[in-house]
Design a protein around this ligand. Structure first.
Ligand SMILES: [Fe+2]
Ligand SMILES: [Fe+2]
Length: 243
């Protein structure tokens, strides 16, 4: 269970491992021109045809309820496009939910490897995990205040889940080190941070000032996550490098 980076003779992926064979491969490639004419523009044309004929990834449902407080909030959005805000809220909600899972993986990895000299605090990771879960609830509340159903998968949520699926794969892989996991979480936290900044701007521009205020408190916590994860990643890499 030692996941530190080592120098071994097992890695034979580079062509320098076998100069004779690699020379033969290069010669074979040079002697075998493409079997059809044309260049990458033909591929771009095919792509373009698909793009022109494609349906959108999904849509945002109509609000299910229009009572009391919901009506008051929705009235503020007259003439604007609340579906854009609902889409982005759905995206943030899904991301925060996955964020708690990312921290679950990292906490287990840190506890299992338990390095005495590690700068990483598991208690702090637990706090971050709690905060991601609270952010999830905060966004669910914001969606409900607009009459939207927080259990809906919005198009933004769908696309963002696909985009961040690699992060989840790195985190759940038993072979990855704490440091590699930190780098994956850093990717998620950078996106998370930008996502909250955008939501604050969007809610503010739509006149939903209370929502923007709530979101600023979440962003302050995300500031802390990003700063800490970046610092741990840096410290851990430097320590491994012996500097
Ligand atoms: Fe988050
Ligand atoms: Fe975060």
């Amino acid at each position: 269970m030692d996941q530190s980076i080592e120098m071994t003779m097992k890695n034979r992926t580079g062509i320098g491992m076998s100069p004779v064979d690699s020379q033969r491969m290069i010669e074979a490639a040079n002697n075998t021109p493409p079997s059809s004419s044309g260049d990458e523009s033909a591929l771009a044309m095919v792509d373009s045809t698909y793009i022109q004929g494609a349906e959108p990834v999904g849509s945002v449902p109509m609000p299910g309820t229009m009572k009391g407080a919901v009506q008051a909030a929705v009235n503020k959005l007259t003439g604007k496009h609340p579906e854009v805000l609902i889409d982005k809220l759905g995206e943030r909600l899904a991301f925060e939910r996955t964020g708690t899972r990312l921290y679950d993986y990292l906490i287990t990895k840190c506890e299992t490897t338990a390095q005495a000299d590690s700068p990483i605090s598991v208690d702090t990771l637990r706090r971050f995990r709690r905060e991601e879960a609270q952010h999830f609830k905060l966004v669910a509340k914001a969606l409900e205040s607009l009459g939207a159903d927080p259990t809906t998968q919005t198009p933004g949520a769908d696309v963002s889940a696909v985009a961040s699926s690699g992060v989840l794969q790195v985190m759940s892989d038993p072979r990855t080190s704490v440091d590699q996991s930190l780098e994956a979480i850093l990717t998620a936290e950078l996106v998370d941070h930008a996502g909250w900044e955008l939501l604050i701007r969007l809610a503010g521009e739509m006149g939903l000032d209370d929502m923007a205020t709530d979101f600023r408190a979440a962003l302050a916590e995300e500031d802390d996550h990003l700063m800490q994860v970046r610092q741990w990643h840096e410290q851990s890499t430097l320590a491994q490098a012996g500097v």
